[in-house]
Design a protein around this ligand. Sequence first.
Ligand code: KG4
Ligand code: ZN
Length: 360
Amino acid sequence: MIKILAIETSCDETAISLLEAEGDLKGEPKFKVIENLISSQIEMHRPFGGVVPNIAKREHIKNLPILLNSLQTKNLKLETVDLIAVTVGPGLEPALWAGINFAEDLAKKHNIPLIGVNHLEGHIYSFLLSQNSINHKLKTINYPAIALLVSGGHTILIKMDSLTKWKKIGETQDDAVGEAFDKVARILDLPYPGGPEIERIAKNSKLKTENYIDFPRPMIHQKNYNFSFSGLKTAVLYYLRDNPKINKADVAASFQKAAIDVLTKKTFRAVEEFNAKSVILAGGVAANYALRENLQNKADENNINFLCPEFEFNTDNASMIGASAYINYLSLKNKKPKKQNMENNVIGKYKMEANSNLNL
Ligand code: KG4
Ligand code: ZN
């Protein structure tokens, strides 16, 4: 068993976690989250309708020592930590550096190994986390699995042959789906972040599904695994311009359904083509209950497993960074460390092992 201190500052959440990890890649690694601390900056960024990178950086620098302090007053003794993990990208560069500098200082000062983690890998592994139980029974992942990663910055489909062997098979050609939720929310005068707001007001729609506004489902019939969401957002904009008196809840519900239809259709087209045995959902948009439900139903129909993180691990957190670090640590132990392609991890000077299986 090893103890990991993980740090995540890629966007607008300052997050530090302490977790224990055990097991190897032959079985399934197991995690016990001891603390999962998140200091959200949403209120700071809300007046700007999105995240302002330099405000994010300032807040991370302010909040990281506060969170670490609160860990130290609870469970954490730094001399018991075996590994420090930090997100090295993708994300907002000034925000990332706040976390990296902090992690690097800690690692040097206490002589603890440091490992760089790809934020998206963190999201994918978040389904492995479970609060406070190292022996929890995971739903089995049968391979090949198709992973759908949906966040504010990415919409990606991945084919996984094992926990560490995977390949990107498609991604959005323009906006990420979370970004589309955020933009449509702004069009509807709803506060940032828009995803939870759209989901909340969509529930007030009295329309039957068959009477929803017929928004486009971009690329749904194309036989590839790519997505496009900017046309859907524009369609909502024009619809509101032409129908200013429309009930916002009906627009939200119809937009949400269109987005979910495309995500589900493409995911299950991949399931069919690759004869997948499991579907994994991850990223901030995975918090959307309607999306989870739709994928779960479809997985049941296909008699395959559907796995997604517990609710608190959907949006950005540091526990997922710790989980990913452990898996990378296990695979690094098995092979000679190789030079990593850091292009998408924003780090030029930094020589951490950001072992990105995603090759993003
Ligand atoms: O993964 P995440 O926390 O940060 C990024 O790495 O981007 O994802 C944030 C995104 C935002 O676009 C937010 O609006 C969206 O996830 N989101 C949701 C919901 N909760 C968060 N989208 C739809 N429904 C939700 N319930
Ligand atoms: Zn994220």
